[in-house]
Design a protein around this ligand. Structure first.
Ligand code: SF4
Ligand code: SF4
Ligand code: SF4
Length: 327
């Protein structure tokens, strides 16, 4: 609404009139006595207020529609990059996740959503279409493919994956396998502890100290910023540290991943080949086995699986074909 619109001028005039400071002219030295509002004046005011409310509701609807459309486009890019196994598109979707879902919308699946579901305090549908799209997409893709949300959509996970691409490999410290296998259970303990704490009447604000997603709103206190700085510093050395060992949401999605329908395929040669296991940055491959609860469908091993110049399965096939051709 602009300040020069007729409705504003009418409303201003009525307001001035009510306050007894109606515009005066030089021909009228004495100000007029304020008059009580007539029923017609009140009806006109009511109509103006109703029009303003309708205008605000329309603006909100338009904003929600833009949010849903933008989120839908982002999901389409993420799924397309996943289906195509295209690394450049994956990086584009990670950057968008940090910039758009992180810093612009601060929209991440959080342990608060689990608390909300437990307490029945999730947003109303009319106020939260984009929210339900995010939750629905996360649950549906987890059942279909696994933790795709973690691998492409979550702004914090995207940030640590992008960090991983720029931090020199020589700084990396890889926990030994025996330790890694035990540390992954920490996140389930965090999830269980948080749920029990809230079920026992604890304050849901505990989320600020067990997950760093608030960082995208840039609104933490000194303790929170200090903990975040320590976490990001540790992530420089141990990649995806928070996601692998501490994230309650990751734990919840990991549990759900046990229902995954379309799993990563394996060759017979995977029984002895360690190439994919060494490539996986999430500690999600144990010998021939993919640990579905740890896998975030990052594609790294799947690109190897299809790589005819590197994967032993294809190399063996090529050698056999060459031998057959030589007779
Ligand atoms: S494990 Fe947690 S922080 Fe990491 S990507 Fe998944 S939801 Fe995000
Ligand atoms: S490189 Fe090929 S054979 Fe080796 S683990 Fe990966 S998919 Fe299996
Ligand atoms: S490398 Fe493979 S197993 Fe490891 S997280 Fe990525 S997709 Fe999952």
């Amino acid at each position: 609404m602009t300040f020069g619109s007729p409705r504003v001028i009418v409303a201003g005039a009525v307001l001035l009139f009510v306050l007894g400071i109606a515009p005066s002219s030089a021909a009228q030295p004495a100000p007029a006595e304020p008059q009580p509002l007539s029923l017609d004046d009140l009806a006109a005011l009511d109509a103006l207020l109703e029009e303003d409310e309708a205008e605000s509701a329309a603006l909100l609807d338009a904003g929600a529609a833009v949010d849903v459309a933008a989120l839908g486009l982002f999901f389409a890019l993420a799924v397309y990059s996943f289906v195509r196994k295209d690394d450049r598109l994956k990086v584009a979707s990670l950057v968008l996740a940090v910039a758009y879902l992180g810093f612009v919308k601060a929209s991440l699946v959080s342990v608060v959503d689990i608390f909300g579901a437990m307490r029945g305090t999730l947003p109303a549908w009319t106020d939260g279409q984009a929210y339900y799209l995010l939750i629905g997409f996360t649950l549906a893709t987890t059942v279909l493919w696994g933790r795709l949300y973690c691998g492409r959509i979550c702004a914090f996970g995207a940030l640590t994956q992008l960090m991983d691409r720029v931090v020199p490999a020589r700084l990396r410290v890889e926990p030994p396998a025996w330790l890694d296998r035990r540390l992954v259970y920490l996140k389930y303990a965090v999830l269980a502890g948080a749920v029990l704490y809230v079920l026992g009447g604890g304050d849901i604000l505990v989320y600020r100290y067990i997950e760093p997603f608030w960082m995208f709103t840039l609104s933490g206190d000194a303790v929170m910023w200090t903990l975040l700085a320590m976490l990001l510093l540790a992530t420089v050395f141990v990649r995806n540290l928070y996601c692998r060992y501490l994230c309650a949401v990751g734990a919840g999605l990991g549990l759900l991943s046990n229902l995954t329908v379309f799993r990563i395929k394996r060759w017979r040669e995977c029984d002895t080949c360690k190439l994919c296991e060494k490539t996986c940055e999430w500690g999600a491959i144990d010998g021939p086995k993919i640990l579905v609860s740890e896998c975030v469908r990052c594609d790294d091993c799947e690109r190897l699986y299809a790589d005819e110049d590197r994967c032993p399965h294809w190399l063996i096939q090529k050698r056999a074909a060459a031998r057959a051709a030589r007779g």
